[in-house]
Design a protein around this ligand. Structure first.
Ligand code: NAP
Length: 246
């Protein structure tokens, strides 16, 4: 695959499904060449690549656990070898296991810490080392960090850590003209949010915002596109994208 030297390149973790998938397709439409990272769902990752290439874009898929620093380094290697470098990392990979603190399965707690916290650290470390000047790192927190909902202690703890990483890394990378922000969606219609919830709970959570509906992945990718492209003066921020939940 050949890429013109002025093509910008984005790695999207969790690009096989949900918000990451939509962000990958949106950035491809914006002109980025895309590396779709995924955990295990090759069928969906290949479908994401096909959706992009059928619309005239460029994309490849790369399996890697975001918490595995050796595997993630190979994803960046692939981006550099295939497209010539990396400008933007959209780090959308994440998992959620909800339970009251006293009932939380600590194996699920450990899985969330590994994927959401260690994964962000590993991905941001690679991004910080490898992004070209003028780049952008877009992490994912969640609006429920502010809502303090019961059952979210462990998940929120990992996302609070993402916000801490984001603010400090922005200061560490500013001299290279690399922005670092976190997008914090409200309830968004993806498997991560919908799985395990009954219709009543989904309707109540959709009613939390003044618009009275769930967010869509496209609502979120709009902001990702801005931060990856023209939003150069937004830096070190956590941007809640939730239809108006306070
Ligand atoms: N949906 C919401 O309501 C909501 C709200 C606030 C924040 N968020 C955050 O937004 C981000 C995207 O969530 P989503 O709703 O789009 O989730 P999703 O639909 O469940 O998709 C999750 C994606 O992450 C990938 N993934 C999971 N673990 C991984 C790992 N260890 N290494 C590499 N990739 C991994 C999955 O890959 P496979 O397909 O291979 O499994 C999949 O592509 C997450 O960080 C989430 O915490 C979501």
């Amino acid at each position: 695959m050949t890429t013109s030297t002025d093509t910008r390149v984005a790695i999207v973790t969790g690009g096989s499904r949900g918000i990451g998938r939509e962000s990958a397709e949106r950035l491809a439409a914006d002109g980025f060449a895309i590396v779709i990272n995924y955990a295990g769902n090759k069928t969906e990752a290949d479908a994401a690549v096909e959706a992009i290439t059928k619309n005239g874009g460029q994309a490849v898929a790369a399996q890697a656990d975001v918490a595995d620093e050796v595997a993630m380094a190979t994803v960046f290697d692939l981006a550099e070898q295939t497209f010539g470098g990396v400008d933007v990392v959209v780090h959308a990979a994440g998992i959620m296991h909800l339970a009251p603190l006293v009932e939380q399965d600590l194996a699920d707690f450990d899985r969330m810490v590994r994927t959401n916290l260690r994964g962000t650290y590993v991905v941001d470390q690679q991004a910080g080392r490898r992004l070209r000047t003028g780049g952008a790192i877009i992490n994912f927190s969640t609006s429920v960090v502010g809502l303090k909902l019961p059952t979210y202690t462990a998940y929120n703890a990992t996302k609070g850590a993402v916000e801490a990483i984001t603010g400090i890394l922005a200061k560490e990378l500013g001299h290279r003209d690399i922005t670092v922000n976190a997008v914090a969606p409200g309830p968004t219609a993806t498997a991560l949010f919908l799985d395990g919830k009954d219709d009543d709970l989904i309707a109540r959570m959709a009613a939390q915002n003044p618009r009275g509906r769930l967010g869509s992945p496209a609502d979120i990718s709009e902001v990702v596109s801005f931060l990856a492209g023209p939003g150069r003066w937004v830096n070190g921020q956590v941007i809640r994208v939730n239809g108006g939940i306070i």
